[in-house]
Design a protein around this ligand. Structure first.
Ligand code: GAL
Length: 405
């Protein structure tokens, strides 16, 4: 048996656009309506109305924390016009979590932007950051007394690459220059947001907040030990896994490290071109591993390796997402169990873990992939919006109750 600390954070995550339904004021909704995206989020899981029911389930499952995002486009549907009824909505959401003794972990940007912000150039324009910072100031001023854990930006590199390099997400562009610009602007925005949040807590003599990002980390491995692949491995590990974190650490703006981890990226660089070195993956299923329903490699050992690599920063680490989409709930449980075991092993070797958050509490809208991939601990029938707790969720609940695996 492997033990976990008593005050360990255990929970699951969601994000506004993926679960709430009818987020009509953001750039995703707009792209969904004009069919530049194949699937529309529509009602999603109607979590906007059903949150209390969903949190009651999280509570039954022994979760003591919950990660969710506050939808900027609801709070500020038009530039400078703040909707107080939406602020009240999230006040209720937080209050409901507190009733269940569930610690709120709040994300301030999870891939979506208000339409007015996106149409003015969004994250490509450095002078528009001020709008995000004004939103941060507003939200944190409202909720500082109730919230300790903040995540400023979810997966900045995934956002910049999917939206500006791969052309997959709004605004569906393919520009290396813009990708770099957006990444840089997000790093700067985080640094300023961090300072704003800390200032608010200081002025109100609240205890210190815990502020971070949710960084997407991958286990990079090489298919064959060629020179090209070794260089690609070095570059990807440095650039994708650690560059952003190190930028923020240089400015002392991380109170903990939030990481999202899903699996392995098997490198097979086909040429010396920078695009190949940074992007090519093995397409022959060499070194096969079990896969999720989107074909991503399941690789729990990768989590262990990354946690050990993060030790050098000497900061608390929170797993802000880890999860699997699958129709096979036995596989989901194997996935969770094996990742918890690897995490525990890293803890025994000094990784300062403070919690584990599964992605996701409920099945939801998986961005450009639509509703087919099911990541949830809880099954959602999208016709009736009925929730059904999966067996794997019950097994995780046991681990949490016993504090051991
Ligand atoms: C993360 C993202 C989530 C969720 C998850 C599963 O990159 O933060 O919103 O979609 O992946 O793909």
């Amino acid at each position: 048996m492997k033990k976990f600390p008593q005050n360990f954070l255990w929970g699951a995550a969601t994000s506004s656009h993926q679960v709430e339904g009818r987020n009509i004021h953001n750039d995703w909704w707009l792209a969904e309506q004009d069919h530049s995206l194949k699937v529309a989020s529509g009602e999603a899981c109607r979590h906007y109305e059903l949150y209390a029911q969903d949190f009651a389930i999280a509570c039954q499952l022994n979760h003591n924390c919950h990660r969710f995002s506050i939808e900027w486009s609801r709070i500020e549907p038009l530039e400078g016009k703040f909707d107080t009824s939406e602020i009240e909505h999230y006040r209720q959401v937080i209050a409901d979590l507190k009733i269940h003794q569930i610690e709120p972990i709040v994300t301030l940007h999870h891939f979506t932007n208000p339409v007015w912000f996106a149409q003015a150039g969004g994250w490509t324009k450095s002078d528009l950051q001020k709008y995000f910072l004004r939103f941060v100031d507003k939200i944190v001023t409202e909720f500082a007394g109730q919230v300790k854990f903040w995540i400023t930006i979810n997966e900045p590199l995934v956002y910049s690459s999917h939206s500006y390099l791969l052309g997959a997400w709004p605004p569906q562009e393919c520009s290396l220059f813009k990708t770099a610009k957006v990444t840089l602007n997000m790093a700067r925005a985080h640094i300023k947001a961090y300072q704003i949040i800390h200032k608010i807590y200081q002025e109100r003599s609240l205890g210190k907040p815990m502020v971070s990002i949710a960084a997407n980390l991958q286990a990079f491995e090489i298919c064959t030990p060629t020179l090209k692949n070794k260089l690609a491995l070095y570059l990807r590990h440095k650039l994708y896994n650690f560059y952003f974190i190190e930028e923020l650490l240089r400015k002392n703006t991380l109170d903990y490290i939030g990481i999202n981890y899903y699996g392995r990226n098997l490198i097979d660089a086909r040429s010396w071109k920078i695009r190949s070195l940074l992007m090519d993956t093995c397409c022959y299923n060499h070194h096969p591993l079990r896969k999720n329903s989107l074909g991503w490699d399941i690789y729990p050992q990768g989590l262990y390796k990354l946690l050990i690599a993060l030790k050098k920063y000497n900061l608390p680490i929170l797993i802000t997402e880890n999860g699997i989409c699958t129709e096979n709930d036995d596989l989901r449980w194997d996935y969770i169990r094996e990742h918890l075991e690897e995490m525990n092993k890293a803890m025994e070797q000094g990784a300062k873990m403070i919690g584990y958050i599964y992605w996701s509490l409920i099945d939801n809208f998986e961005w450009d992939k639509g509703f087919d991939p099911r990541f949830g601990l809880v099954y959602v029938d999208y016709q009736t919006q009925k929730r059904t707790v999966k067996t794997s969720a019950g097994k995780l609940a046991e681990v949490i109750r016993n504090g051991q695996i």
